[in-house]
Design a protein around this ligand. Structure first.
Ligand code: ADP
Length: 337
């Protein structure tokens, strides 16, 4: 980690939207300079609201934040000069060419003459848009538009680049290309990248550090390996033939030797086990005695989904489905924290 001051420091951000939705509920965030930092969370977790506050597009109800050393509330103009923002929705003018978009953006930041022309050409080259640079943006593919969006965010050489859901809506090929692009950017001298994503794999691949956001706050933060490493043993996921009696299933599995976390929801039952493969027959037997028949079982090394489940008490995909009424049963048994 760099010895420079943090690129982002946010303390206890609270934001409630009209209508009473609490989007941020005590958001604390520190992003080291020169790192790629991932804000990972399901839809509605509060990632975009955090980015809006950090990029001076929204004000928190309370709390404080500094970006590139500048206070977002007291010196929003300084923050804006120090950051690049790639929003979910493209800011490019569809009837202008890629090059014209870059020139306009550069001029908005006070760049002039040959310098802005050079910068536009450099970015077109770099983002593999040199040939497309003289074509109208409306004819670009989704991946090309997204690359242009990132180039637009970089014109004025910002210290901190915010990428809000950079690959949402891209096909798998364009997504992989964008991942390579972001990984390359990360090597840029001193550039800090803050990216929000609801793709577990994206955060795992790109971010040096990840903060998992749930219901408007950070539930856990660390490197992907640290987070996964905190989970002992294997994850065993089982699918029952019919919906489980949650209490009965939990009681049947809790306390089995080498099994130390049980989560039952609907037909899905997950546990953590010291040795997943060895635990499967034991788990199947215990479930059978409790009257539950297992249709399928898988053993896996810990994933970020398991990390999310541990700290948020529900599966990522279920949180994405955004069922506000959901009240998952989480039972931590044995040595689990
Ligand atoms: P994410 O980016 O993680 O999907 P958001 O920050 O967009 O989450 O949203 C957090 C919560 O705030 C959600 O419940 C969302 O519906 C709500 N929200 C976001 N923007 C607005 C708005 N302009 N007005 C009212 N509610 C909003």
């Amino acid at each position: 980690m760099s010895t420079r001051a943090p690129a982002v420091e946010a303390r206890q951000l609270i934001k409630t939207y009209p209508g009473g939705v609490t989007a941020l509920n005590g958001m604390d965030l520190t992003v080291g300079a020169g790192t790629v930092f991932g804000l990972l969370g399901p839809n509605g977790a509060g990632k975009s609201t955090t980015v809006k506050i950090l990029t001076t597009l929204a004000r928190p109800d309370s709390g404080a934040a500094k970006v590139a050393g500048h206070d977002v509330l007291r010196h929003p103009d300084r923050v804006r000069r120090a950051i690049g923002v790639v929003a979910q929705k493209s800011g490019a003018d569809p009837v202008a060419t890629g090059r014209e978009n870059l020139l306009l953006q550069g001029r908005l930041y006070g760049m002039r003459g040959a310098a802005v022309q050079r910068r536009a050409d450099e970015l077109l080259d770099r983002f593999d848009l040199a040939d497309a640079g003289t074509r109208q943006v409306k004819g670009y593919s989704g991946g090309m538009q997204r690359r242009l969006d990132v180039a637009l965010g970089l014109v004025h050489r910002p210290e901190v680049l915010f990428l809000d859901e950079p690959t949402t809506g891209l096909d798998p090929e364009a997504r992989t290309a964008m991942w390579d692009e972001i990984a390359r950017l990360a090597g840029d001298e001193g550039l800090t990248i803050v990216l929000t994503t609801h793709y577990l794999e994206e955060a795992d691949r790109l971010a040096e550090r990840i903060a998992i956001v749930d219901r408007g706050r950070i539930v856990v933060e660390g490197t992907p390996d640290e987070l996964k490493g905190e989970l002992r043993g294997d994850a065993v996921h089982m699918e029952l033939r019919t919906d489980a009696d949650r209490a009965a299933v939990t009681a049947a599995l809790t306390g089995l030797p080498g099994v130390y976390e049980v989560l039952a929801e609907g037909r899905r039952v997950s546990v953590r086990a010291e040795d997943g493969a060895a635990a499967v027959p034991v788990l199947l037997g215990a479930l059978d005695r409790a009257g539950a028949t297992v249709a399928a079982a898988t053993v896996a090394r810990p994933s970020l989904d398991d990390v999310y489940m541990r700290y948020a008490g529900r599966r990522f995909s279920e949180a994405e489905a955004a069922d506000a009424q959901q009240t998952p049963a989480t039972v931590a048994a044995g040595g689990a924290r």
